[in-house]
Design a binder for this molecule. Structure first.
Ligand code: 4AD
Ligand code: MG
Length: 432
């Protein structure tokens, strides 16, 4: 039986007989030759069919269309003119699946590509991004496992909000209407640190975001962690360690993909080498005023535009801390030195990308939590299971959530978060 190897391995071999299989990425022909650029998940390679070798089958070869699947045997050799520097002279082949006239051609509109997302996944651009995506997920697991964390899972059907009621997706749960798709694992993770102490997850989160921005999805993958006995600095240090590890792994494995995406590697390299910049919200306002001529009144949350201007000043992520209490969630610890601010931190990616991680130390004072829930219009009775974490052996703790697509968007240097996930879900799109 023929042994097929990947195109990348064939190129590595460089000479002699090889068998490869994949899809027709490009094709052009003349009377005497047919040139097919073959694609598999590993790379592309030019293959040449010579008419004199296949006189009987020439009609079929001549008609080969883009995205037909084909198995090819032939001799590989170096050829500087070929797209990846090597060429296969075909000695035998078998067409596995013919292809209709492929709808995706050059210069299609963004809308058309979104409607044909299932086909656009095969593009060199999406292949590069999806490979990096896979490495990012692996790196998250590696980092947390390496730091002694247990993987732990929260339910997706949830009965309480955590990050603001306005952005909840309600589910019809056998006729009951007080069930939501999880925005975060947090309220179901905090109870588990009393069992496992250090936990993490990577799971989908759902936000009914009405914002049509380049960084909001309604369904995104959320890497979250929660740690017992943690002080505020520990949370920030884990976030910095995690991002450094992810960027390091992507740089180790994906220089060709990043180059294909025309990503400037300098910022990624400084993210690994240099410490992240830490500043308080109040300091951030001062920098925005002095360096960006933007006046944000104290107490207002940073908007996308302000994060963008601020982070364009730096070549490593920023960690902004101690936001005003009223713009942050009810569970964040009040700063013992200033009750108007909380021990929360947002990690902002440089170059204008903005928030990629949101985290905090967790408030332990049960009365303060209750008051803030009421202020948010919530009924504390519904949070009794959560408040039990503060009743039975409460300890200092904290955690964060990282938007995996936000991180991929930044690492790949993409204009829009939609390209960082195979089938993006937004306010306007849930098909195909
Ligand atoms: O800042 P957020 O809302 O924090 C939480 O959910 C905490 N409960 C996490 C925790 O402490 N366990 O969300 C965390 C991160 C954001 O920093 C952002 O990267 C990402 O989730 N995120 C989104 N990503 C894509 N599309 C959206 N609509 C997002 N909303 C949040
Ligand atoms: Mg946030």
């Amino acid at each position: 039986m023929t042994k097929y190897i990947s195109i990348q391995d064939a190129i590595k071999k460089g000479k002699g007989a090889v068998s490869v299989r994949g899809w027709v990425h490009r094709e052009r022909g003349s009377n005497k030759f047919k040139f097919v650029v073959l694609r598999d998940s590993s790379n592309i390679i030019q293959c040449i069919f010579e008419r004199t070798d296949f006189e009987q089958r020439w009609e079929e070869i001549d008609k080969l269309q883009v995205e037909s699947s084909i198995m090819i045997s032939g001799d590989i050799k170096e050829d500087k003119r070929a797209p990846t520097g090597y060429e296969v002279h075909v000695t035998d082949y078998q067409i596995v699946g013919t292809s209709d006239s492929y709808p995706i051609t050059k210069d299609q509109s963004v809308e058309f590509l979104a409607d044909n997302r299932h086909l656009w996944l095969r593009s060199q651009r999406m292949i590069a991004i999806l490979k990096i995506r896979s490495t990012v997920f692996a790196a998250i697991d590696e980092y947390f496992k390496g730091e002694g964390f247990y993987e732990y899972h929260s339910p997706v059907f949830q009965a309480v909000q955590c990050e603001g009621g306005a952005e909840l997706f309600t589910v019809d749960y056998f006729g009951k209407k007080d069930v939501f798709l999880g925005q975060t694992w947090q309220l179901y993770a905090e109870p588990a640190i009393f069992a496992l102490e250090k936990i993490y997850t990577i799971s989908p989160s759902f936000r009914a975001e009405k914002s049509k921005t380049s960084r909001h999805l309604t369904e995104y993958w959320h890497a979250e962690m929660e740690v017992a006995w943690a002080e505020f600095d520990d949370i920030m240090n884990y976030g910095e360690g995690l991002l450094k590890h992810i960027v390091k792994k992507v740089l180790e494995k994906h220089k060709p993909e990043l180059t294909y995406l025309q990503r400037d590697l300098k910022v990624l390299e400084s993210t690994i080498k240099k410490p992240f910049i830490r500043m308080t919200y109040t300091e951030a306002l001062k920098i925005l005023k002095d360096k960006c001529k933007m006046n944000v009144p104290w107490g207002k949350d940073l908007r996308t535009i302000e994060e963008e201007k601020l982070t364009k000043l730096y070549d490593v992520p920023l960690i902004v801390t101690r936001y005003p209490k009223k713009v942050k969630a009810f569970y964040m610890t009040e700063d013992p030195e200033n009750p108007d601010v909380v021990l929360g931190c947002d990690f902002l990616a440089p170059e204008g990308y903005g928030e990629i991680i949101g985290g905090s130390h967790r408030e332990h004072d049960i009365d303060k939590i209750r008051k803030r829930l009421v202020a948010d219009g919530e009924k504390p009775e519904q949070y009794e299971f959560y408040l039990d974490t503060r009743r039975y052996g409460s300890i200092p703790h904290g955690g964060f959530g990282m938007g995996v697509e936000r991180v991929i968007t930044w690492i790949c240097g993409l204009d829009n978060i939609k390209d960082s996930i195979p089938f993006p879900r937004t306010m306007e799109r849930y098909k195909p």
